[in-house]
Design a protein around this ligand. Structure first.
Ligand SMILES: Cc1cc2nc3c(=O)[nH]c(=O)nc-3n(C[C@H](O)[C@H](O)[C@H](O)COP(=O)(O)O)c2cc1C
Length: 482
């Protein structure tokens, strides 16, 4: 394998639509790897259309979709000229189910196509898409949608994505792909096979597809080795994420200590990946979690890494999908020493630790009436009489209990789906108010002082990349108000 084929900086995938097409495009144009988040793009597309598609970008991309009738059906369903009234809720989108239904598949195909198409528009740079292994159900049609737009790299973390490389091989040839979906029941965990035959969902004129590279996002050399040897197809590279990184983190190893809750909720040396072992696999790898400085990048390369993956520093730049007012408040609070980031072991319904950022650690997260109407983190549950139902520990508690859940599993859970939609300015209207945003950041925010020298209040992705490349900051019109 040509280890030198890839750029040294990956702008990490950040859901939901924090790493949107605008950010990824900017990064790719600078010669680095720009990554769009593939999480919940069906809902993002439907809501952007209901906001009136400002700038006409979504419409332009939909016009380039290979099957105009499919795009038109979605346009007619969701587009609201001039945008919906502020106090009117967004229309629902189909909730993910193991059996794939045509209206949902069409929405996933178009939404993933649109995000990648826009990120790749007008340049030859490298664009990736990021998915979470924990969100299994929409993955296969999403991959196909991204491939229709020529995505260069697929990246997946938050689990062990052993089935994805083989699915990419099959989808690239328009063959049926399958994915094992985890199902829980009172007997334990087993799985269901989801089949996706792409030809059943699209007209006969099939464009030629290119199989994208696949990078697995992992936190342990053992998982890297397993994937390199046993995944269903080739893994072209690894992103090695430390537990300081933003978003979800791999859970601490349970074998440590006495197995008490306290031991399970703290990281130690045992959780650090053995980089020498990852290097021995002979594949390109990038290190992630606190690497946003030229010195840290040099240190990663000295360990044999191709480079680094950076999230937080891109999440706070002008092109990020975070609602500008929230982004500005985060920067202000951080500079004032008021922003705290902590690993929350309960918030995410996935059960994985999640980095929560807040302006005042003493302040509890806003109380929200429990509603599960997006459902990306619902998991299939097999009832004792053999039916499949879907449940999420942050849904209304009585509903969760009826589906075999325990009250303990619901404690401290947050609705990431609705919270993260609010962070990017697509909050659902509920009971006369808006869903509250939820913020995630990595632990290292030291890059901010470098980027905001001389009293500047913001920076662009391009300026960040210049800083990371060790170049002097270029004169720029930005930095005062965005
Ligand atoms: C706002 C935000 C959202 C993120 N969402 C995802 C995600 O959806 N999928 C993923 O694999 N990683 C996600 N991450 C992790 C980043 O891709 C990246 O690996 C990580 O932020 C690197 O650490 P750093 O933040 O210290 O630079 C997210 C990070 C942030 C800050």
């Amino acid at each position: 394998m040509d280890l030198g084929k890839f750029a040294d900086i990956i702008q990490g995938g950040m859901g939901v639509a924090v790493s949107n097409w605008r950010l990824a495009r900017e990064v790719a144009q600078k010669g680095k790897i720009g990554v769009v988040s593939g999480t919940a793009l069906d809902c993002v597309l439907a809501r952007r259309l209901q906001m009136g598609d400002p700038g006409g970008h979504v419409g332009r991309a939909m016009n380039a979709f290979p099957w105009p009738d499919m795009a038109k059906r979605l346009w007619d369903r969701y587009f609201v000229p001039g945008g919906k009234p502020e106090d009117k809720p967004f229309k629902p989108v189909p909730m993910p189910t193991v059996v794939l239904h045509k209206p949902h598949v069409e929405l996933l195909l178009v939404a993933n196509f649109v995000e990648v198409f826009l990120a790749k528009e007008g340049h030859e740079g490298t664009v990736g898409i990021n998915y979470l292994e924990k969100i299994q159900i929409p993955t296969l049609p999403s991959l196909l949608g991204a491939m229709l737009a020529g995505v260069n790299v697929v990246m997946m973390g938050a689990g062990i994505p052993a089935g994805i490389p083989g699915s990419l091989d099959r989808l690239a040839n328009w063959e049926e792909a399958e994915l094992k979906i985890q199902v829980e029941s009172s007997q334990g965990t087993d799985s269901l096979v989801q089949n996706f035959a792409p030809r059943e969902f699209v007209p006969a004129d099939l464009p030629t597809l290119v199989r994208p590279d696949f990078f697995a996002i992992i936190s342990s050399d053992i998982v890297a080795k397993t994937l390199a040897r046993k995944a269903s197809g080739t893994v072209e590279g690894f992103v090695v994420e430390y537990h300081t990184a933003g978003g979800h983190n791999a859970p601490p190893r349970r074998s440590r200590g006495d197995g008490s809750t306290l031991a399970r909720q703290a990281y130690g040396d045992i959780d650090l990946p053995d980089i020498a072992k990852i290097r021995e696999l002979g594949k390109p790898f990038w290190l992630g979690g606190g690497y946003a400085s030229p010195e840290a990048i040099a240190a990663a390369k000295a360990q044999g890494a191709t480079g680094v993956q950076i999230g937080t520093a891109f999440a706070l730049c002008e092109e990020s999908g975070i609602e500008p007012e929230i982004r500005r408040a985060m920067i202000r609070n951080c500079l004032a020493g008021m922003l705290t980031v902590h690993t929350d072991f309960a918030a995410s319904p996935t059960g994985y630790p999640f980095k929560l950022a807040s302006f005042d650690a003493a302040e509890p997260l806003p109380d929200r009436c429990r509603v599960c109407d997006l459902g990306y983190l619902r998991r299939p549950w097999r009832t004792d009489d053999g039916r499949i139902v879907y449940r999420c520990p942050s849904e209304p508690i009585e509903k969760y209990l009826k589906k075999g859940g325990t009250a303990e599993e619901t404690i401290g859970r947050q609705c990431l789906c609705n919270g993260l939609m609010a962070t990017i300015g697509l909050a659902q209207v509920r009971g006369g108010g808006l869903e509250a945003p939820m913020l995630t950041m990595g632990e290292d925010l030291s890059f901010l002082r470098q980027m905001l020298k001389g009293g500047r209040q913001s920076y662009t992705a391009s300026e960040l990349i210049d800083y990371l490349d060790g170049k002097a900051p270029s004169a720029s019109s930005s930095g005062t108000a965005s």
